[in-house]
Ligand binder design. Structure first.
Ligand code: 13P
Ligand code: SF4
Length: 310
């Protein structure tokens, strides 16, 4: 048996023995998705984390996701296979700078994308993900000014969809800003029948070329339901695994990054190797913890989001 198969089998055994649930985001490697109990987008994963009765949550994702799981379900042990699995959006919005920013606009309703630290969540009125951002923004009474953080591209996209003017924190995702407009135009010319699907973390000039824009789960559903046979996928490459599994007869072409690199792989998500997941199940480390007062402050805006998402 190959090493990967051995590891996958042992991960299954350890999950049973330790009463652990393995949650995986669509952007982690396919072999990790295949051994997970649940694979989903950011919203689905936080809902799964909130409702699990397992003793241990191993989160094959990034730090803010595991932290959100701990905030929502504090009596479980939450483990992130590699503590260095961060996120450029979260890192680009430190809580102290965000506190100074919101203090300058005390009349604004603060909506933060889930890709942020617990410190930033605690300073927010409501959290959103890419699958409910439009709904959350529309829930704010007309006339109330809004701060949207930390992703300027998602913010600009939602501002356009809703017609709401929003004060944007100017953060971005290093992966979604990597796609080349010129190369996408060339690819579309080579594949005139292909539908272009894109994540709203992409820059506006890329989104302008998309036939469909949505969260990872929405992109997956669109490719499944669409009668088209060929898709150009403008988001992190991990999603291709589930797209190919759900539509084996369709063709999925990853949009090219600007440089000759694998920059459409999120370096943080890819830290969740099979080996790292296995190690974390053996040791139940690294554990995610946070001070109780901070957890309680960060919980309120997440709960508001979950109430608005049903
Ligand atoms: P969604 O899966 O919620 O669309 O989020 C994408 C993402 O960037 C996660 O880091
Ligand atoms: Fe963060 Fe972008 Fe990686 Fe998602 S893909 S975890 S937004 S750096």
């Amino acid at each position: 048996m190959a090493v990967a198969d051995d590891l996958a089998e042992d991960i299954k055994r350890l999950k049973r023995e330790k009463n652990a649930v393995l949650l995986a985001h669509y952007y982690v490697d396919g072999e990790v998705q295949d051994v997970a109990d649940f694979v989903g987008d950011s919203l689905q994963l936080s809902q799964a984390a909130a409702s699990t009765t397992a003793d241990v949550i191993v989160f094959a994702g990034v730090h803010f996701m595991a932290e959100t799981a701990k905030i929502l379900n504090p009596t479980r042990r939450v483990v992130l296979p590699d503590l260095d699995a961060g996120c450029s959006l979260s890192d680009g919005c430190p809580a102290d700078r965000f506190a100074a920013f919101t203090a300058r606009h005390p009349d604004h309703y603060v909506i933060s994308y889930i890709n942020c630290s617990s410190g930033v969540k605690a300073l927010s009125d409501c959290i959103c993900t890419s699958s409910n951002a439009e709904k959350i923004v529309r829930s704010v009474p007309e006339g109330r000014p809004i701060i949207f953080a930390p992703d300027r591209n998602l913010g600009a996209f939602i501002a356009k969809q809703t017609g709401r003017e929003m004060l944007l924190w100017r953060g971005s995702c290093i992966v979604h800003e990597t796609f080349s407009e010129k190369k996408l135009i060339a690819l579309k010319l080579r594949h005139p029948d292909a539908r272009v699907v894109a994540h709203p973390e992409c820059e506006p000039q890329l989104l302008a070329m998309a036939d469909f824009i949505g969260s990872t789960s929405a992109l997956l559903k669109y490719t499944k339901d669409s009668p088209a046979h060929q898709f150009i996928v403008v988001t992190e490459s991990g999603i291709l695994h589930q797209m190919r599994r759900s539509s084996p007869h369709k063709e999925f072409i990853p949009a090219p990054p600007d440089a000759n690199c694998a920059c459409n792989d999120c370096p943080f998500m890819k830290k969740n190797t099979l080996e790292a997941v296995h190690r974390s199940l053996v040791t139940l480390e690294p554990e995610i913890t946070l001070p109780e007062d901070l957890r309680v402050k960060a919980l309120r805006p997440i709960e508001r989001m979950l109430e608005l998402s049903v």
